[in-house]
Design a protein around this ligand. Sequence first.
Ligand code: SAM
Length: 301
Amino acid sequence: MQLFEKAGHIIYNGDAKEVLLNKIDDNSIDLIFVDPPYNIGKNFNGRKDKWATDKKYLDWSYSWIDLLIKKLKTNGSLYIMTSTQFMPFFDTYIQKKIEIISRIVWYYDSSGVQAKNYYGSMYEPILFCVKNKNNYTFNSEDILVEAKTGSKRKLIDYRKNPPQQYNTEKVPGNVWEFPRVRYRMPEYENHPTQKPIALLERIIKASSNVGDVVLDPFSGTFTTSYVAKILNRKSIGIEIDEEYVKIGLRRLSLVEKYNGEKLEKEIRTFETKRRIEQQTLTLFEPDGTQLYKTNKASISK
Ligand SMILES: C[S@@+](CC[C@H](N)C(=O)[O-])C[C@H]1O[C@@H](n2cnc3c(N)ncnc32)[C@H](O)[C@@H]1O
C-alpha cells in the first residue's frame, strides 16, 4: 500500500478493504461515494470485474459496506452504486443497517443501439443513505435546477390567492440526467467506467460542507477527489490499480512525477498536444456564476 498526501488530499494505492481497516478512523468521514466494480465483466486494466459466483461478489461487497458504515460520522451520508441486477441485493442488505433516503436513477441518453431483443440498459441506480435521518447535511439551495413549468412556460398558479407564478427553480428529483463521459469530452480519462464531474458535483455540494472529508474507496480516475478539491472539501481516494492512481495524482496535482515519469494526460487520436494546453473545464454555480476554471486538464489554483 502506498500513500500520497498534499494539502488535505490523500490517495492510497492499495486494496479498499485493507486501507479501510488499517488507515481510516471510525466515525471520521462526512461523505462517502462508492462506485465499486459491478460484477459485469468490465476490464479494469487487466483486473476482471467478475466474481466466480454472484454470492462471492455479494459477500465481498457486504464486507466493505459494513466497513464504510463504521467509518461514516453519525451525521454522515453514503452514496452507493452498483449494477441494476445487484442493486436489489445491496438495497435489502443496507436498509437493515442505515436509512435509505433516496433511490436515485442516473439516466443517460445513448445514440447507439443498446440491444435489439430486449430493453437496453440506459440508467445506473444510486442509493443515498444516512446514519441518522434527523441529522444529516443536505444543502438543497446549492443544487437547485430549472423548474420548466415556471421558467420556460411561465405558467401562473391561479389556485393561489393572489395568483402566483410557478417556481422557476427546484430541488432535483430522484431521476438525474447527465451525459456519460465520452471519448471526445475534455474530462475524459482512459478508464472504462469514469463517472461525470457533474454527477459528483451535485452529490458533493448537497451532502457535504466546505472543509468536510469525502471518501471514495474505489476511485478509478479520482473524479470524486477531483471535484472535492475544486469545491474546497478534503478527500481520501483509494484505488488498487497503479495506472489509475497515476491519473488521480495528476488530476489532483499531488505530484508532478511518478517514479521519474512526468504525469501527463494521454493524447487522444483527434487532438494535438497544443490542443490539450488550450482545453478548459468550467464549473458553474446554479445561478450561472462561474465557480472554477481549470486548464491543461489539471487543477492549478
Ligand atoms: C467503477 S470503477 C470507479 C470509477 C470512478 N468512480 C471514476 O469516476 O473514475 C471501480 C474501480 O475500483 C477499482 N478496484 C477494483 N477492486 C479494488 C479493490 N479491491 N480496492 C480498490 N480499488 C479497487 C478498479 O480498478 C476500478 O478503477
